[in-house]
Design a protein around this ligand. Sequence first.
Ligand SMILES: NC(=O)c1ccc[n+]([C@@H]2O[C@H](COP(=O)([O-])OP(=O)(O)OC[C@H]3O[C@@H](n4cnc5c(N)ncnc54)[C@H](O)[C@@H]3O)[C@@H](O)[C@H]2O)c1
Ligand SMILES: [Zn+2]
Length: 361
Amino acid sequence: MNAMKKLIVSLKERSYPIFVGASIENTGALLAKENVTRGVLVVTNPTVKRHYFSKLSAGLTRAGYTVALCVLPEGEQYKRLAGIEKIYHAAVKAKLDRRSPIIALGGGVVGDMAGFAAATYLRGVPFVQVPTTLLAMVDASVGGKTGVDLKEGKNLVGAFYQPKAVLIDPSTLSTLPPRQLRNGMAEVIKYGIVKDRQFFRYLQSIAAQKRMPSRGEFETIIYRCCAIKAAVVRKDEREEKGVREILNFGHTFGHALETATGYRKYCHGEAVAIGMMLAAKLSGQMNLFHDTAAVEEMLRTFGLPVSGGKGIPGKKLVSIMLKDKKVRHGRLRIVLPLSLGRVTVKEVPENGVLAALAEEK
Ligand SMILES: NC(=O)c1ccc[n+]([C@@H]2O[C@H](COP(=O)([O-])OP(=O)(O)OC[C@H]3O[C@@H](n4cnc5c(N)ncnc54)[C@H](O)[C@@H]3O)[C@@H](O)[C@H]2O)c1
Ligand SMILES: [Zn+2]
């Protein structure tokens, strides 16, 4: 096993460490360095609880913490305000005070919800991320976006709220279903296309062997992705300066697809994979990008879908896209690749998107 590596997300007084290669049992010991009180609330879901709660809880207890538990129902369709209220009640019951941490143990759904509850309970309590899906390790657990979906659209309610620490134990990937591993690979590939050509080449070298990354390679991948995300977040914490926006590559369309299909048909990463392909094609049609084939090949090799949205009218998808948080003055802003490792953000007219969608079907 690789040694634990530490990265810092530098945000002045909100700076925090990401421990890549930490062990879940050590959470208590790592938490001891933070200025938090002894009562902690762990938020998780039934599957993750079954696999990892006793490990986490044993470590916390050993380090002197009193552990309370809140189990949320599993799945994106439950990333709703009702779940947040459930966390608040558990927090009251556990008698959390303003320095008692809420620990998210799980994937992005648990992390986004626990984070939003931590941001708002008593106007903010410390928050710690223990991500257990690849997607949450490389993306959702870092950067402080928290929140829930409304029936009208994804992530429409939330807060920027940075964790105090992110503890990544890659051994938890051993129980993750293959579909969820592929799901996380979509965000991994995204980082390559958006920011790091060399990393994209590294992924290609694994893809060439027609296999998923090994345990050691996953640690390298997670570290690289977290480093990229940390650098982007440092420059543009609240997505106001047009820097963080690039991480939404594939997401405007991906989110619309998730919304249109009731958050049931596609995992987040699958929808993003389809969205990245669409953006690549759109960029190709505008003669800005010439590596669509390499993107498609990479997505396919890691078992991700490259088209979708059949049977959903293009106009419906576009109208959902127009409700996206990133829309300005009613125009669609889309992240378009320019080359492998470089993207730009452009306002694309509705009919351009409709044409690209029509080609999909
Ligand atoms: N906050 C952010 O910056 C950010 C970034 C990307 C995605 N997200 C959000 O994250 C969510 C998607 O996260 P996700 O892909 O992790 O999905 P998820 O949280 O739904 O987890 C996927 C499935 O894996 C199971 N699981 C989790 N860890 C496991 C393990 N170690 N072993 C076995 N099963 C395990 C879960 O129970 C669940 O069924 C979306 O809601 C998305 O909007 C947020
Ligand atoms: Zn995403």
